[in-house]
Ligand binder design. Sequence first.
Ligand code: SF4
Length: 693
Amino acid sequence: MATSSVQTHCPYCSLQCGMRLVRDGRSLEVAAWEEFPVNDGALCRKGWTATGLRGHRERLTTPLLRETRADGSRGELRPASWDEALDVIATHLVALRAAHGPDAVGVFGGGGLTNEKAYQLGKLARVALGTSQIDYNGRWCMSSAASAASRALGIDRGLPFPLADVEDADVVVLAGSNLAETMPPAARHLDRLRQRGGTVVVVDPRRTATADRADLVLQPVPGTDLALALGVLHLLVGMGAVDEEYVAARTTGFEAVRRSVAPWWPERVERVTGVEAAQVRALADLLGGTTRRGGRVMVLTARGVEQHSQGSDTVLAWINVALALGQAGRHGAGWGCLTGQGNGQGGREHGQKADQLPGYRMIDDPEARDHVARVWGVDPASLPGKGRSAYELLDALGTADGPRALLVFGSNIVVSAPHATHVARRLADLDLLVVADLVLSETAAIADVVLPVTQWAEETGTMTNLEGRVILRQAAVAPPQGVRTDLEVIAAIAAATGSPVEFATDPEEVFAELARASAGGKADYAGIDYARIRAEHGVFWPCPERGHPGTPRLFADAFGHPDGRARFLVTDYRGAAELPDAEYPLHLTTGRVLGQYQSGAQTRRIKDLPDAGPFVELHPMLARRLGTTDGEPVTVRTRRGSMRAPARVVDTIRPDTVFVPFHWVGANRLTNAALDPASRMPEFKVCAAEVTA
Ligand code: SF4
C-alpha cells in the first residue's frame, strides 16, 4: 500500500500545532509539518503521541444503553444498535418536552469540538429542541478573559495578534500562565525575546517551568492577582508613565480608574498579595521605564488569574495597565489571553454559549436573531432566549425547573466540573443522560446512553486557535466500523426529535452555513472557506468577504466599540470567595502538567505519556509541619470533599499553598463553584483547604 501524508493539527491545546499524519499500510505516524507558522514543526510530547488512541482497546465502537433491573433500578450498560439508541433518546426527549416544555432538555458542549460541531450543537438546541439550556465547558476555560475583552476592547479574540509578536516585545508579563508546560512550542518565542535582550516576568503562586525562563518572578497568594494589577497601575500613575496622549485619543473612562487605584500603595499590595512591595515597584519600574524609552510591553493572561470569582475584573485591571501605557493596538505590545482548550476560541464564537448566537451575536439582540433565523430558515420568534451558564446549568439538573435530560458532547464533566461530587449527584438525578465520546470516560460511564464517535484523525473540521487563526484538521484514516461523527449524531437527533429543518453532516457544507451565519458579526468568517485555509495555512478572522486578507492584528486603528475607543473600567478588589481559616488554613490551587491534557480522558489512555497519577504539591516547611515526606500519601480536604494522593515536596510553591493537577478524579471534588458575576467562571484556582498526613 502506498504511503500517504495529510497536513492536520494536534487534537489537544489551543496552539493547534500543525503536524502531518503519515499513513503506511496499517500504521499511522505523526511527523513534523515545518511550514506551518505557529509551531514550525515543533510539537510537545502530547502531539508526538497523539495517534496512541487509534485502535485502543478501550475505544467505543457500538452504542451502549443502560439496562433497567426488574426492581426498576439502573442496571449495567449493554451494547445496542444505533437505531435502538437513537430511538431511546428521541422517545425520552419528545416525552420530556411535551410534559415539561423545551427547557426540560439541556445540551452541554465542549471547547475541543470543531467550529462545525459547536455551530450545529447551538442549532440543535435552539432549532430542533427549542431549548435555551445550552452551554459548554469553555465557560470554565477563558470566559473571564472573553468578558473582559468584550467590555474593554469591544471584541473578544484571545490574542489580538499572532503569537510570534511576543518576540517583538521588550517586556512580556505572563500573569497566570505556565506555557512552558502547557504549550511548550510557544516557549521558544520567550527564548528568542530574551536572546534579543527582552525581559520576561511571570506572576504565579508556583515557580513553574515558565518561571525558569523569567527575569522577574512574583508569587502572589492565590486569588489576589487583582490587587497586584491595581498596585502596578497605582505606581505607573505616580511615576508619570501613563501615555496621556494615547489615553485621550483612543480610550474613555481613565479618570475614574486613575482615582480608583489611588489607595493601592505597594505596602498595601504586599499585605494582600504577599508579594514584597519592592517587587511590585520593580515590576512597575520595568513597565514604565520600558514604555518611556519607546519600548513595547505585552501582558498575557491565562487561567491562573482568570479562573476566579473576580477573574474578569483581574483581566480588566491588566488591560487597564496595557491601555494606560499606550500599548494596546501597537505591534509587539498590548494585552492578550492564552486560550487553553483546542478550540477554546472558536468554540465560543458559533453559538454553543448560553447567551450567544453564531458570529458572537448576543441572543437577546433582535437584529442578531433575525439574521441567524434567516440562515437557519426558521421564525426568529421561535428561537429561545438566554440560558444558564455551564455550572448553573449543571446545578439545576433534575430540579423543579431545571433540565431532566442532558446531551453531552466533548466534555468529561464528572472530572472537570467544579464541586464535582455535587455535579455527579445532579447528573444522577436526570431522567436521561446521553454522552457522545470516543471512550468510556468517567461521565460516559454513568450515562444512560453512550454514543461512540470519531476521533480527530478520522474526521475533518475547522478549529480557531488562540490567535483567531481558523485552521483545518483533515481526516487521515477511516473511523472504525460502528462509529459515527458528532455531526451525524447531531443531525440524527435533530431529525428524530422533529426538527423543522435538516442538519447537514458534511463538515464543509456546515462550515459554509456557519460562515453565512457569522457574516456581519464580530467573529466574521464570511470570506473563509476550506480551500483558502488549505492554501494559506489558516486565515485570521474577521474576514468578511472573499478577497479580504483576514485580520492577523486587531486594534491598530480602532477598538471594537462603535466609537472605536477602548474602555477603561473600574475594578474593585473583593478577594477570593473562600479564605483560609482555623479549620482550612491553606490555599488550594489546581492546574495542568506537561504530559496530560484537561480531564485526561484521552491522554491518560496513551501509554507513551507519563501518567504517575495525581499528586499534592507542597512546600518543605509545610511537609515538616505535617510530618510527611516526598512520596508519602497525604489527604487534602475542603468544605466540599477530599482526596488522597502522594505528596510532592518542592520549594517552588508558596508555603501557604498546595497544588493538585486536575487531570484525574479528585481535584475538582475539592474546588469551589463560586462564580464570577460577569463571566460565570467558577473559582477553580483557589479555595481554603486542610492537608493531613
Ligand atoms: Fe498539541 Fe498543544 Fe502540544 Fe502543540 S503544544 S503539540 S497543540 S498539546
